[in-house]
Write a protein that binds this ligand. Structure first.
Ligand code: ASP
Ligand code: MG
Length: 411
């Protein structure tokens, strides 16, 4: 690599599916040692192993269906602490001296919003000192400490934000997000074998993708990286292929924008992904004052990561509509507590990200025709920012997603 030797701090984040077993931890330790031998000072941010966070959350809800959020943070932050200490042990075994720190030990200061805290400041003194001593630093992602000295977590998927915030604070050459996919793909390659990897994305494109709910990189991490100019690389933890570079100038015109050729303008989203089972919830109320509490209560019950998209209309009455992942029967739970809520369940939501069209109407028409060809009826369309959500009844055959990917995303 050609960065100047003076500034070679590399922040690398490993996601939970890249760290699902102790064998994987040993492989990751070897890869970290190799990067260290290339001359990088390594800061490794880790997620909880495999589905640990889900398991902890399930244990909490079995113990108390409405757990105090402070205690939830005490529990959920443990997942990443397990990984950080084990990885540090694995690095020691590799002959690569390392030290692990929690978010709080790194001086990641957040607001006090338990389970969904925002980073206010990163002190990073202990990280810098450890790097100066030649150690590799392993950091528990997804957590920080509030000014009241309470442990907080950053919202599901928040380890990406830890990594970007540390990279910004340390002046790292870049922040690498290592995953179980090859980069930012046009679709999930397990459903759509023709899916392609984006080589380069600019900040706006990456923000469009992250905010569409496809989960490839945490939305706040992308916002933070864009605001602080931290170059990102999203790539596989299983091989050394280059992945997707975000924030650096692309070598050629990026795809996903409207083609500039007159007469050829067409909607060309950047990614498409689908989610099932999703519930659609609607609430109309004349009590605008009470609405915020109702919504907060609902979202607490549902778990913050459950939200796919939400819309609000305010006029004579408030109309709220949300699409939420309805696994674990969460939709049924809220129905008993909020009898006024209209809930449609067992839906598939197909979301197209980016590629802002002049008018959604033309896109909607094109999409409706494609769906007709595919024998699909009963679809609803909802645009939200630069994302188009298509809501379909029941589970869907992957062929539908493949056909839509072929129509809209492939040249
Ligand atoms: N372990 C947390 C989660 O599953 C944070 C993360 O993975 O980034 O949401
Ligand atoms: Mg995780």
């Amino acid at each position: 690599m050609s960065e100047p030797a003076a500034n070679r701090i590399l922040v690398r984040k490993y996601g939970g599916s890249s760290l699902s077993t102790t064998e994987r931890l040993l492989e990751v330790a070897r890869d970290v040692r190799l990067a260290r031998e290339e001359g990088y000072s390594m800061v490794v941010v880790v997620s909880a192993m495999g589905s640990t966070t889900d398991e902890l959350a399930t244990m909490a809800r079995r113990t108390n269906p409405n757990p105090p959020r402070r205690e939830l943070d005490m529990l959920l932050s443990v997942g990443e602490r397990i990984t950080m200490s084990l990885l540090s042990m694995a690095l020691d075994r590799e002959g690569c001296p390392a030290i692990s720190f929690t978010g709080s030990q790194c001086g990641i200061i957040t607001d006090g919003s338990h389970t969904d805290a925002r980073i206010l400041e990163v002190k990073g003194d202990r990280v810098r000192e450890a790097l100066d001593r030649g150690l590799t630093v392993v950091v528990a992602g997804f957590q920080g400490v509030s000014r009241d000295r309470e442990i907080t977590t950053l919202g599901r998927g928040g380890s990406d934000t830890t990594a970007v915030a540390l990279a910004a604070a340390l002046g790292a050459v870049r922040c690498e997000i290592l995953k179980d996919v090859d980069g930012v793909m046009t679709a999930d390659p397990t459903l759509v074998p023709e899916a392609e990897r984006h080589e380069h994305l600019d900040w706006v494109q990456m923000q469009d993708i992250a905010s569409s709910g496809c989960g490839v990189v945490h939305v706040r991490a992308v916002e933070y990286a864009a605001a602080r100019g931290v170059p990102l690389v999203v790539r596989s933890s299983f091989h050394a292929d280059p992945g997707t570079r975000v924030g650096e100038k692309p070598a050629r015109a990026p795809s996903g924008s409207i083609s500039p050729t007159p007469g050829r303008e067409r909607y060309r989203p950047l990614t498409v992904h689908s989610a099932f089972p999703v519930a659609r919830m609607r609430l109309c109320t004349a009590d605008a004052g009470g609405f915020r509490d109702t919504r907060d209560r609902l979202l607490t019950l549902l778990d913050p990561c459950a939200l796919v998209a939400e819309w609000l209309d305010s006029g004579d009455e408030f109309r709220w509509e949300a699409l939420v992942h309805s696994r674990n029967g969460s939709a049924a739970d809220v129905r008993t507590e909020f009898p006024d809520l209209m809930v449609g369940e067992n839906l598939t939501v197909v979301s197209f990200a980016g590629g802002r069209p002049d008018t959604w109407l033309a896109v909607q028409r094109d999409l409706a025709l494609r769906l007709e060809d595919l024998g699909q009826t009963g679809a609803r369309f909802r645009a939200e920012g630069s994302t188009l959500h298509l809501i379909l009844p029941g589970p869907q055959d992957p062929q539908v997603i493949r056909a839509l990917h072929g129509h809209f995303l492939v040249e």
